[in-house]
Design a protein around this ligand. Structure first.
Ligand code: GDP
Ligand code: MG
Length: 436
């Protein structure tokens, strides 16, 4: 029994309402969670302000499952912010020229290898990898190794120290060898600097790429915003690649970058294996960020606190014999949401046996609901105020006979009497009163 009861009450809890105060607190928690997920402070604040204004007000407060709705609002907002539906990566041009830019160590060369593998195996393309990193011979070797692993040709010129010339020569080579996608891996520096920017900008101007992808390490968190901005100001790139999104790396950088430069994130890369490249799905990233900050459980917690507050208030009211029609209909609605009334009553201690042969249909409650709905808020809160003339009006409003309203009033009064005696079991007391 206790198992079934527990699960029933769990459901009840899940359906409980949420207060405005709780929304405010939850939003605060969400902001903290976003910061923990490496989202830029300013962006986290603007984002949660938006969520708050959407969540506050009737819609969430009166929702059947406010917690779920709240989570949905956050997730929708996140998804929207990160670009709605997935961004396209067009490779129809022949050749399609893709320029790869980013800081040193961000994962450009690895990504170039992954992208060529992706285009070859998934899109049936004939890619060419181009080593335009003229500063580190090791970088050229690295690209050759990757190219060999995925079976893609690599173009390089070890003696040439002019990246623009290399890129131009590579285009000619591609044409000769019928390559239809050209991926140009460039040199990066540890920090944004003028020489690097000028070099990439010069390559851009010389070859007019179809796509310029900015590669960024998702573990750089807050810094990613400034780097993205610097590269975008200079290159006006067409898309972002998030690398090193392995294991429990947080996706906060995705949110910050998208928000700052408003360019689509096109690929996410995780792990060092060459087949771990994925097209970017905004909704998945939203879920990841949500999951990382465990926002779902934050919302649930807020709701539980609210339920506790509410239960305590109710208990107090019952003890003081102030249980009113509003409390009654709240309880009734919660119980109804739990499912079959008779089953639920059967779970309540001491009620099961007594209820065995009583027919309780949902219809019986409909009449009661209609009567309470015909009461004014004042009448609901003050059951003793309901005079005979008020009863007449309520009967009319509910489409009931006066005698039915009188009978219900009497039952409700008896119920309150019983509650006085059964302080510890408000639900059972209420049920007992109803059944009689
Ligand atoms: P580049 O300087 O921008 O060309 O960066 P590299 O491609 O050389 O990558 C720098 C380091 O990061 C290397 O050790 C890579 O193996 C590693 N790396 C690149 N991408 C990923 C990734 O998605 N996940 C992990 N775990 N490591 C990566
Ligand atoms: Mg490199």
């Amino acid at each position: 029994l206790s198992d079934r009861l527990e699960s029933a009450f769990k459901n009840l809890k899940g359906e409980a309402r949420i207060s405005e105060l709780n929304i405010a607190n939850t939003v605060k928690d969400i902001r903290r969670a976003l910061l923990d997920a490496d989202v830029n402070y300013k962006i986290a604040k603007e984002f949660t302000d938006k969520v708050k204004s959407k969540a506050t007000g009737e819609k969430v407060i009166n929702a059947i499952s406010p917690g779920q709705l709240m989570v949905k609002i956050v997730q929708d907002e996140l998804t929207e912010l990160m670009g709605g539906t997935e961004a396209s990566f067009e490779t129809n041009a022949n050749p399609t020229i893709v320029l790869i830019a980013g800081l040193q160590g961000s994962g450009k060369t690895t990504f170039s290898g992954k992208l060529s593998n992706y285009l070859k195996t998934k899109k049936g393309k004939r890619p060419l990898l181009v080593a335009a990193d003229i500063y580190r011979p090791a970088a050229i070797d690295q690209l050759h190794v990757l190219g060999e692993q995925v079976g893609v040709d690599v173009y390089s010129e070890r003696e040439n120290k002019d990246a623009v010339a290399i890129a131009k020569n590579a285009l000619a080579y591609a044409k000769e060898h019928a390559k239809n996608v050209i991926i140009i891996d460039t040199a990066g520096r540890l920090a944004v600097d003028e020489v690097m920017m000028t070099e990439v900008a010069n390559i851009k101007n010389a070859i007019n790429p179809n796509e310029i992808l900015f590669v960024v390490d998702s573990m750089t968190g807050q810094d990613a915003v400034n780097t993205a901005k610097a590269f975008n100001d200079r290159l006006d790139f067409s898309g972002v690649v998030l690398t090193k999104l392995d294991g429990d790396t947080r996706g906060g950088a995705a949110l910050s970058i998208k928000y700052t430069v408003n360019k689509p994130i096109k690929f996410v890369s995780s792990g060092e294996k060459l087949d771990t490249l994925d097209v970017f799905y905004p909704d998945r990233m939203a879920q990841r960020i949500l999951g990382m900050g465990d926002i779902t459980s934050l919302v649930e917690k807020a709701q539980e606190q609210y339920d506790e507050e509410k239960a305590k208030k109710l208990e107090k009211k019952i003890r003081k014999n102030q249980f009113d029609f509003q409390d009654f209909i709240d309880q009734l609605q919660q119980i109804k949401r739990m499912g079959n009334l008779k089953d639920i009553m059967g779970m309540l201690p001491g009620v099961g046996k007594a209820m065995k042969d009583v027919d309780i249909s949902d219809d019986a409650f409909k009449g009661v609901e209609a009567m309470i709905n015909s009461m004014t808020p004042f009448e609901r809160a003050n059951p003793d105020s309901i005079t005979p003339s008020r009863r007449q009006r309520i009967a009319k409003g509910a489409g009931k006979e006066l005698s039915e309203v009188n009978a219900f009033m009497k039952q409700f009064d008896q119920m309150r009497q019983m509650m006085k005696m059964m302080n510890k079991m408000p639900m059972a007391g209420m049920m007992g009163g109803l059944g009689g």
